[in-house]
Design a protein around this ligand. Structure first.
Ligand code: 6PG
Length: 241
């Protein structure tokens, strides 16, 4: 499912609408809403919208649980931290109980952080009949999503829910949710904007069979198909873009 919007702001409003609706539906049905936030720059406008009226008061924050799809292995006050970005744009401005925020500890070693995060995820899932209601994801120009990168062993795991990602000369060490966890979310929504993503989007959406090595292609939700919220620039190379 693909929705294309004239500009990033219209896409962000659509994402905020979806977030608020998903949250209310989940809380009505199961008493809580568990969401894995995306990092990077694309979702910041959506998070800012959610922190303000009219969205802020539409969301039952006391029953919202915040997780992350991935995190860089840096302290929480580091400018590269996904946790820091989410707190500055959203979490510091809404009445969410602190215990409902489940960050990845970027000060631990990647493996220790992944194991600690996985333990927390499994405990939450056991206490709440299942884990994610919504997974928000972005994609990189190399087709990575969360911190699932082309050629990494993280793509083929079947048992682990969270895994460490080694640093390279172009990226920090990270922790990522794995495809099985993301694919079992009730909703998977990709937020993609900008002309720089047009080519990789075309490969992922129009030709997945010949691009199976791309992590975003590995995200095949068990509950149906992922939703792609795109702006017109990102959709430029798609047939209906
Ligand atoms: C991260 C993100 C990553 C991001 C993409 C797109 O930690 O970097 O989780 O997967 O979603 O790299 O990033 P932009 O939105 O900044 O283009």
């Amino acid at each position: 499912m693909i929705d294309i919007f004239d500009n990033p702001d219209a896409m962000a409003h659509a994402a905020a609408d979806l977030f608020a609706k998903s949250a209310q539906q989940a809380v009505d049905a199961r008493g809580r809403f568990a969401v894995a936030l995306a990092g990077g720059n694309t979702p910041t406008r959506t998070y800012e919208l959610l922190s303000r009226e009219p969205y802020r008061d539409q969301i039952p924050w006391n029953a919202v649980h915040i997780f992350w799809g991935d995190e860089r292995c840096v302290p929480a006050d580091d400018p590269k931290s996904n946790q820091r970005m989410a707190r500055l744009t959203l979490l510091d401005h809404v009445p969410i109980p602190p215990e409902n925020i489940h960050p990845i500890d970027g000060t631990l070693s990647p493996e220790a952080a992944a194991q600690a995060y996985e333990s927390e995820l499994r405990e939450f899932a056991q206490q709440n009949t299942g884990f994610l209601d919504l997974a928000l994801l972005g994609i990189g120009t190399d087709g990575h999503t969360a911190s699932l990168f082309p050629g990494d062993s993280t793509l083929t795991t079947s048992q682990r829910w969270a895994l460490p990602v080694a640093a390279t000369n172009t990226r920090l060490a990270r922790v990522t949710l794995t495809p099985p966890v993301l694919n079992h979310a009730r909703q998977v929504v990709f937020l993609v904007s900008g002309s720089g993503k047009a080519d990789i989007l075309r490969r992922i959406i129009e030709d997945p069979a010949n691009n199976e090595e791309l992590p975003a292609v590995c995200i095949q939700p068990t509950n149906g198909e992922a939703l792609w919220l795109l702006d017109r620039e990102a959709a430029a190379d798609l047939p209906d873009g």
